[in-house]
Design a protein around this ligand. Structure first.
Ligand code: CTP
Length: 419
């Protein structure tokens, strides 16, 4: 079997353990981190010490385990530990730990460290399913994500309470991948130019009313941010959403399908990948009124619609070297409709999702998608945070581009046969 060697050589980490029954799993995680050659300083909260003894972690990490903000030590641990670390991994992270981090409370060593650190922080939460779904926890997780923390979502399964739900500490390989990405971010999109659309378009009926599609823009924004993090130059063309334009990404705000089409066509030649994640309106009022229509004018019965241009089909027909990726939002017969769109729109990759499925609806932070390409490959991804879905899509695009390059170079390298 081929081995690539340890992935964390030269990396110094803090592994923080908080008071969940899953604290025993942090022992296995520590062993994995040590096998990957990381230097690990363990910090334990008082709750964690009730479940597993510091001695266990001390023996396995080979260094002192810090448990107390006020412990007599030559260094100030809440400053020195994060200063030396390339990442802080909190596994398991309790609801209490997430809350303290989100609110900036500093009443023990770990929470104080989180206020001093500049390095990436990765939370791997574990708790009962009802707690994980509680609005307070949901809001704290959103706050932490917004500030740049990585959340390795807990998994579904049987919980310590005996109930089924989402709350089990993520698999250690998933935690390791998140950690590897944080300390050694992938830059495999460096030198690539991504043109991406997101959000809905709005088509005016009159100055106060419009036709639109349901779309939060979250999937498109996640793709733009993931590509930028991986080194790409990104232009995000966005319809109206409640999201903030991501920092460091060229941003073009549009309202109508026609404005989106123009913005995309103007920069099509610049790009080498185009992703149409926008929910473009298919119809617009043929004659929008300059004045607000009055109820008495029966605007609904008199409303004439005309089709908008299909931007994705135009891209599929016009592309030269670009990889063109489309989305398909469906409510039934997902695969059949997605296959039709893949062919009809001439795209390389289609990302299909059933918008009625649990966790994949409009506005959700997660998505369950199926990837279809022109060779007939169909890949179903599990329910994942949109940022993880974005990374999978970007991986697939890279694979398509690599395949395309090797197809175009192969005939040239073939030796001509002598007749
Ligand atoms: N799309 C586009 N221009 C349009 C409509 C859609 O570029 N005028 C793109 C979307 O951005 C998406 C893909 O086409 O990438 C599929 O969009 P979807 O709404 O799922 O399908 P439609 O083509 O609109 O077909 P239908 O409404 O019949 O499902």
């Amino acid at each position: 079997m081929q081995t690539t060697g340890p992935s964390l050589t030269g990396v110094r980490l803090v592994l923080a353990v908080t008071g969940s029954i899953a604290a025993y799993k942090a022992v296995g995680l520590l062993r994995l981190l040590r096998r990957e050659d990381a230097t690990v300083n363990v910090v334990m909260t008082a709750g964690a010490c009730r479940f597993v003894t510091p001695l266990t972690f001390e023996v396995l990490s080979g260094s002192h385990v810090a448990t107390d903000l006020f412990e007599a030590h030559q260094e100030m641990l809440h400053l020195s530990l994060p200063e030396q670390a390339q990442a802080i991994l909190i596994a398991p992270a309790t609801a209490n730990c997430l809350a303290k981090a989100a609110l900036g409370l500093a009443d023990d060593l770990l929470s104080t460290m989180l206020l001093t650190t500049q390095c990436p922080v990765i939370f791997a939460p574990a708790m009962d399913g009802d707690m994980w779904r509680h609005q307070t926890v949901v809001e704290h997780v959103a706050t932490l994500r917004r500030r740049g923390a990585v959340i390795v979502e807990p998994e579904e399964g049987s919980l310590a309470s005996g109930r089924l739900g989402q709350g089990r500490l993520a698999d250690e390989q998933r935690i390791l991948s998140a950690l590897q990405a944080a300390v050694r971010p992938r830059r495999d999109w460096t030198g690539r130019r991504l043109l991406i659309s997101a959000g809905p378009t709005q088509e005016a009926i009159d100055p106060v009313r419009f036709i639109s599609n349901r779309s939060s823009g979250k999937m498109g924004y996640a793709l733009a941010q993931a590509a930028q993090a991986r080194g790409a130059e990104v232009l995000l063309v966005s319809g109206p959403t409640a999201l903030r334009p991501p920092a460091g990404i060229e941003f073009c705000a549009v309202t109508t399908a026609e404005e989106m089409r123009k913005a995309i066509m103007t920069r099509f030649a610049w790009s080498d990948t185009v992703i149409m994640a926008a929910a473009v309106a298919d119809f617009r009022p043929a004659q929008p009124s300059a004045q607000k229509l009055k109820k008495q004018q029966h605007p609904v019965t008199n409303l004439k619609l005309e089709p908008t241009d299909d931007i994705l089909s135009e891209l599929g027909a016009r592309r030269t070297r670009q990889v063109v990726v489309g989305f398909a939002a469906e409510t039934e017969d997902l695969l059949a409709h997605a296959r039709e769109k893949l062919q009809a729109k001439g795209v390389d990759l289609l990302v299909a999702n059933d918008v009625t499925a649990a966790g994949s609806g409009f506005g959700s932070d997660t998505n369950r998608v199926v990837l279809l390409n022109r060779d007939g490959d169909v890949t179903e991804l599990p329910l994942l945070p949109k940022r993880d879905v974005a990374d999978h899509i970007l991986d697939r695009i890279l694979a398509l581009q690599t395949g395309r390059r090797s197809q175009t170079t192969r005939p040239r390298t073939r030796t001509p046969r002598k007749e």
